[in-house]
Design a protein around this ligand. Structure first.
Ligand SMILES: O=C(O)[C@H](O)[C@@H](O)[C@H](O)[C@H](O)COP(=O)(O)O
Length: 231
């Protein structure tokens, strides 16, 4: 049975503050035990408030490695870049001392860039200390989308990364695979609002992983899962 711990909050700001404190404590413990901490972050809209609360936490940021769960294959200054999101909302002030390992490289496409991205991710200390995930209302997480033609690859490959062309969402993506996500000491899923909580509850039920790829995270029993829910 998977180890899923739920944390509920009345609103998004309370959840973001508490989640940032929990992540900071986890990073501090990792640094205390191993000298460094590796935090792997999703993009999208939800995590910005967590990043802004996290950057205020007193940490030896020069001992923190920040990497990405997934990335839109766009320039780092593009409005849709997760790299830009992390730099603008997290890597500010003392937190700018963290070592940031972006997913996107100079390849023209994610598919062409995957070998170098794979090598960069495998060069990080494994397992990661924490992976922060979001979820779409279609049950996707990372860039593992239900209708993506690369979904089976994402569910089954032993590679850490793969290129994904979302069926509807913009931009070709690079994403951690399920195997990549499971190279972590903790999987932290952030769920905001009633609609997403309903999707999460449905994902906990029966049904194919392919229909709701977040199920690959919720059904595994290798890595503890924390679910941080704000109403
Ligand atoms: O690049 C991305 O978009 C994310 O990594 C993606 O997996 C995100 O976590 C979900 O789509 C939820 O996004 P929101 O937080 O914007 O709802």
């Amino acid at each position: 049975m998977p180890d899923i711990q739920e944390h509920r909050f009345p609103d998004a700001p309370a959840a973001a503050t508490a989640l940032a404190a929990s992540i900071a404590d986890r990073l501090a413990a990792a640094i205390g035990q191993r000298g460094t901490a590796t935090l792997v972050l999703s993009g999208g809209r939800s995590p910005a408030a967590v990043f802004e609360a996290l950057r205020e936490r007193a940490l030896p940021w020069d001992k923190v490695i920040v990497a990405q769960v997934d990335e839109r294959w766009v320039p780092a200054d593009h409005a849709d870049s997760n790299n830009r999101l992390i730099r603008e909302h997290l890597l500010q002030g003392p937190a700018s001392a963290a070592r940031f390992v972006p997913m996107k490289n100079d390849a023209a496409t994610a598919r062409e860039g995957q070998p170098a991205c794979e090598a960069a991710m495998r060069a990080l200390p494994l397992p990661f200390d924490a992976v922060l995930l979001g979820m779409g209302e279609d049950g996707h997480t990372a860039s593992l989308f239900p209708e993506a033609r690369e979904l089976q690859e994402g569910l089954t490959t032993q590679a850490l990364t793969l290129a994904v062309t979302p069926p509807a969402a913009p931009h070709e993506r690079m994403s951690l695979s399920v195997a990549g996500l499971l190279h972590s000491r903790a999987l932290i899923l952030q769920i905001g609002g009633a609609a997403k909580e309903a999707v999460y509850r449905e994902a906990l039920g029966t049904g194919p992983v392919e229909a709701m790829p977040i199920r690959a995270v919720l059904r595994q029993d290798k890595v503890p899962v924390e679910v941080w829910i704000s109403e």
